[in-house]
Write a protein that binds this ligand. Structure first.
Ligand code: NDP
Length: 346
């Protein structure tokens, strides 16, 4: 890489993960960032926070519009060295699963990929923020003999996807990631492609004050909700999953930009541990400021979750990345402490 700053086109810069990606890119002083946002107000929070001449924000109102990226690629195409496509709807419910999840996820991913092929002749690497949701078959997650790895694909059907929001989201991520790999094969492309497939992403918000909002981004809301429980309150423990810290996820998006050949054609599973609400509560109750103030549940009852679930083998990813992931305990503590502090200072 030359000494001149390289330009990264980063979608969804108002989002939880993308703000961390932007922060790491700008802090490195190696990159300029063109970020996309659909809300002017949120975009202003981001520019006010970074106050950087290396950051430009452009408007992309609706990912579901297949031509949403064209005008920006016509304008900036020649400058773009890398793309990180992080924007996609993430929630657990939607009135219209097709319109809310599937169209923006798929059209966003294919729209930007096609715009890149057409208008970004100098592009070196395309990174898509995929998800463990496009790898995990939930019907096999309680089979302790089953192993998920970087080659796994979620077989969720369209019918199941349209029947509930969580599966709708899983399906949207699966279709979007598949569409990118399909386009890579179909089109004559000169750049490399990597998918980043994280579990539930936790950790602090880039902008401290944002942690004081009544509701947070979907994944941090898991912790925010538990912080609002009362001592003695019963908490749902009928689900679990895999988690990872946002700072590690952001870093994993940038590694392929620094080592394109090493990461080409890779799907990276970002996951450090199993989580469940009880495990979260056990960690939260260990924070002195929270003791006696929130639900306790049945401590220790989720200590053995990993032994009762399918195996997630991300050895290949961890070898490629070569850094130790932030432990779940620290990730949960950092998420919670920032929320508590931000709420006190409101
Ligand atoms: P956020 O909800 O914080 O950010 C999503 C971003 O996408 C925001 O900038 C949002 O804009 C934008 N966006 C969403 N829908 C649309 C749309 N229809 N049109 C235009 N822009 C849209 O989510 P995260 O940062 O958590 O997620 C980022 C990516 O990471 C997503 O692709 C998600 O699927 C993936 N991911 C997240 C995980 C997690 O646990 N957080 C786990 C695995 C994958 P606005 O700010 O205006 O809402």
């Amino acid at each position: 890489m030359s000494n001149e700053k390289q330009t990264v086109f980063l979608t969804g810069i108002t989002g939880f993960i993308a703000q961390h990606i932007a922060k790491q890119l700008l802090d490195s002083k190696k990159f300029k960032v063109i970020g996309t946002a659909r809300s002017e107000e949120k975009a202003k929070h981001v520019t006010d926070y970074f106050k950087s001449d290396d950051l430009t924000i452009v408007s992309v109102k609706e990912l579901g519009d297949p031509t949403a990226f064209d005008e920006h690629f016509i304008k900036f195409g020649n400058e773009i060295d890398y793309i990180i496509h992080a924007a996609s709807p993430f929630a657990a419910v939607a009135d219209d699963i097709e319109k809310f999840f599937i169209e923006p996820a798929v059209n966003g991913a294919t729209g930007i990929f096609k715009a890149a092929v057409k208008y970004a002749p100098n592009l070196k690497h395309f990174v898509i923020t995929a998800s463990l949701a496009s790898m995990i078959d939930v019907t096999k997650d309680k089979d302790i003999t089953h192993v998920f790895n970087e080659n796994s694909w979620n077989p969720v059907s369209r019918d199941v996807a349209l029947s509930n929001g969580v599966m709708g989201y899983f399906y949207s991520k699966t279709l979007a990631e598949k569409a990118v790999w399909d386009l890579q094969k179909e089109l004559d492309i000169k750049f490399n492609v990597t998918a980043i497939n994280p579990g539930l992403v936790l950790g602090p918000q880039v902008i401290n004050s944002a942690a004081g909002a009544s509701s947070l981004n979907h994944s941090c809301e898991f912790i925010n909700k538990l912080l609002k429980t009362e001592p003695g309150e019963k908490v749902a423990t009928n689900f679990d999953g895999l988690a990872v810290d946002v700072r590690d996820v952001a870093r994993a998006h940038i590694e392929p930009l620094l080592n394109s050949e090493k990461f080409k054609d890779q799907r990276l599973i970002l996951s450090v541990a199993r989580f469940g609400n009880q495990l979260f509560l056990d960690i939260l109750n260990g924070i002195p400021e929270l003791k006696g103030k929130i639900a306790v549940g049945h401590p220790g009852t989720e200590d053995n979750l990993e032994a009762t679930r399918a195996v997630i083998d991300n050895t290949k990813t961890n070898e490629l990345l070569g850094y130790n992931l932030i432990p779940l305990k620290q990730s949960v503590e950092d998420t919670a402490k920032q929320i508590v502090k931000a709420k006190v200072s409101i």
